[in-house]
Structures are given as C-alpha cells and as structure tokens.
Write a protein that binds this ligand. Structure first.
Ligand code: PLP
Length: 395
C-alpha cells in the first residue's frame, strides 16, 4: 500500500532531533548545556496561568467558534493596531490558530494549489520549506548568503520568480540568523510582490524580540495589507510555546478559507487557552514581564558579543543578531561539515546546538546557538564552542 511520498523528502526537524539526543544523554546521567532550543527559558507569566485555570473551573470546557473567541480576536486586532499601526477587522480578517506553525499551515492551505511555486530564502526555518512540500507546492530557494547579510538581493528575487510563482515567504526577525532588513528593503519587497502579483507570507513570530530598531511589519506599507498574510504567535513573546496559540491576519477571503480548513481539521483552539491568551495580549502586568524577558535576551546577546571580542577567535565569528533569540555562528574557517561539528561539540564539550545546513544549503558551516538559556549557560556554552574550535586544525 502506498504512502504519501512527500514525507520521504522531509528532513527531520534538527532542533527536535538534537533535543531527542540530548534527552537520551541526560537520561544517561550526562550534564548538557542545551543551546539548541527555540523555546524561552522563562515560565509563562503566572497571571496567565491563573486565568486559564479559573476558566477551566468555570466550565470553559466545550467547543468554541472555529475562527476564535471574540475576546481574543479583539485583543489580537488591538495588538496589531498598537504594535504595527494596522487596522484589522476582528470579525473577518483574523483567525486564531494552534501556534505560529498552524497559522503558517492555514495560510498556505488557503492560497496554494498543487504545483504553485513559492519563493523562500535560503537559509530559513525548515518548516517553511517542509510544509510547502507537504501541500505539493514547488519550492524555489532564493539565496540569502552571509556575504549579503543573509538578505536576498533583488536580482536574486527577480531571477527566482516565474509565471508559476504565487507567494514569497519571509521571516524577520529571522530564525536562524536574527536578521531584520531595513524598512526600505521591506518596502521594495512589497513593490516587487505587487509587480509580480504575489502573496506575501510574513512570519513575524519574533516581532517583539528585537535588539535594535523595532522591525516593521510587511503588512504596514500602504496598499500592502491586501496581499499580505501575517503569521503570529504567543509562543516566543509570552513564553507560551506549550499552549499552542497563534494567529493569522490576512484579507477576508484568505481567512474565510482558513476557517473552512479549521472547521474540518482542528475544530477550534481550546477556549480556556484562548481566554488566557486574550489576557496575555492585553494585561499591562504581563507586558511588563515580557519586557523583562526581552531585557534578558538583550543582556545575553551583549554577553556573547563581549566574549567574542575578548576571545578573538578567527574560527568562530559572530554577527550580532538584530532580533529573535539565536546567534548564527560562522565556523566556515574550520572547513568542516556543520552536522559533524554539532555532533562533536555535543560529544566532546556537552553543548547542544543546531547545524546551519538544517536551514538550507547556505547555512553550511554555521551553527545556531540559542540564547534562550540562562546567562551562565550561554557564557559557558559559547566559551566551550570557541575552545573546541580552537582545538581543531584547519583541514
Ligand atoms: C520562524 C518560526 N516561525 C514559527 C515558529 C512556530 O511557532 P509556534 O511555536 O507558535 O508554532 C517557529 C518556532 O520555532 C519559528 O522559529
């Protein structure tokens, strides 16, 4: 009997694969510094947990509306106005999803037909590619090399686009590079999309985690909203990865398809979780707590940059990330396969990392180090990576 062969082409999520290996090593008694994860090291603010528990006790235990509860939809619309200055109709232009990943799934399901082409920068989060393949879209990677600051040139976009192209998919601040392009670049990207009549899927799950200027949403440019699909999530900003809640904000006809897809797949996001999420998005005390989390990421990023300057390794180069919570370390000087590097650093220095090639061919020779770990772990982990790199002879 046949299986869906699309799955054979998937690379297993490197973060998950590394997480599994680390769990096995920990179970055998080994102490590991886990810098592979994309999960905040903070707990969900207690007040949010309290709202969820109370909602359960009060009987919010039944189905809810497929598009989302009005309180959460209103909170999302207010957040988009507050943070991006964009007006979305909570009654027709937003759907609540099972995290950012499902917002992305809903977006892609709603707009693509089999054989449609999508343009995705290389490197980027592997799910962008895997999910497009799952929906039988054709994926064309657009080179975003380190030398170009991990941002595709407009020549590259123009070379990649074809009559079959339906959408471009971008993610800023970027996982894994932490890059945020300038406002001018994003505006030009919207103009490019308009000229070729393309959808713009913009994964903005790290929108609140920035170290320099606040990133501009791709939907915020004049006339852009009608072709732009925003992927968002409470996972990273509110340390709510396990709650599985996010949203898609998009033109009405896209949301209408996403609602049909939701009705026939997930039914709805658990109503007690939605109630707590509405509280998380609007409560001033919770915003203060998330601001503290951002301060911690900012401090750790500074710590890595300070160590990098002190250690002066020409084998481990760091470009300061502008957002998200990763440092994409350049170890190309070692001329070694990055999967092997991560395996050896785990075996020899007990530090868990993700190989850059998991994000695309142009990630080869890089490793992704998360700073969603304590200051001590980030410092010790980074020192050990440099120590390991310095021990290697260049081939
Ligand atoms: C770029 C990007 N988009 C989306 C997600 C998924 O977020 P969520 O946990 O809300 O599904 C992640 C998680 O790592 C991510 O890095």
């Amino acid at each position: 009997m046949n299986l869906n062969e699309q799955f054979e082409q998937f690379r297993q999520s490197p973060t998950v694969a590394m997480g599994d290996r680390i769990s096995a090593l920990k179970a055998s008694g080994k102490k590991i510094i886990g810098l592979q994860q994309g999960d905040p090291d903070f707990s969900t603010p207690q007040a949010v947990i309290d709202v969820a528990c109370k909602a359960l006790q009060e009987g919010l235990t039944h189905y809810g509306p497929s598009r989302g509860r009005p309180d959460l939809l209103n909170a999302i619309a207010s957040k988009l106005m507050r943070d991006e200055g964009i007006s979305y109709d909570p009654a027709s232009e937003i759907i609540v999803t099972h995290g950012g990943i499902h917002a992305y799934f809903s977006a892609m399901q709603s707009i693509l037909n089999p054989g449609d082409e999508v343009l995705i920068p290389d490197p980027t989060w592997a799910t962008h590619v895997n999910l497009a393949m799952m929906l039988r879209a054709e994926v064309t990677r657009v080179p975003a090399p380190a030398e170009a600051g991990f941002i595709p040139s407009f020549d590259s976009w123009a070379r990649a686009v074809s009559p079959k192209t339906r959408a471009i998919i971008v993610n800023y601040p970027s996982n894994p590079t932490g890059i945020v392009p300038s406002r001018e670049y994003l505006q030009q990207l919207q103009e490019f999309a308009k000229a070729h009549d393309l959808w713009v899927i913009t994964d903005e799950v790290y929108d609140s985690l920035y170290f320099e200027e606040k990133p501009t949403s791709l939907a915020s440019f004049e006339g852009a909203k009608e072709r732009t699909l925003i992927i968002q999530s409470l996972s990273k900003t509110y340390a709510m990865t396990g709650w599985r809640v996010g949203f898609l904000a998009a033109p009405k006809r896209v949301i209408s398809n996403a609602v049909k897809a939701g009705q026939n797949s997930i039914t709805c996001v658990a109503p007690f979780i939605q109630k707590a999420s509405a509280f998380a998005l609007t409560d001033p005390g919770v915003q203060q707590e998330t601001a503290k989390m951002r301060e911690a990421y900012t401090r750790r990023r500074a710590l890595v940059m300070k160590l990098s300057a002190e250690l002066e390794s020409d084998k481990v180069r760091v470009t300061p990330p502008q957002g998200a919570f990763y440092c994409f370390l350049d170890l190309r000087a070692l001329k070694m396969n990055d999967v092997e590097m991560c395996e050896r650093i785990l075996e020899e220095k007990s530090v868990g990392l993700v190989p850059g090639s998991a994000f695309g061919d142009l990630g080869e020779g890089f490793i992704r180090m998360s700073i969603a770990a304590s200051d001590e772990e980030v410092e010790m982990g980074f020192r050990r990576i440099v120590e390991w790199a310095e021990e290697q002879g260049v081939q």
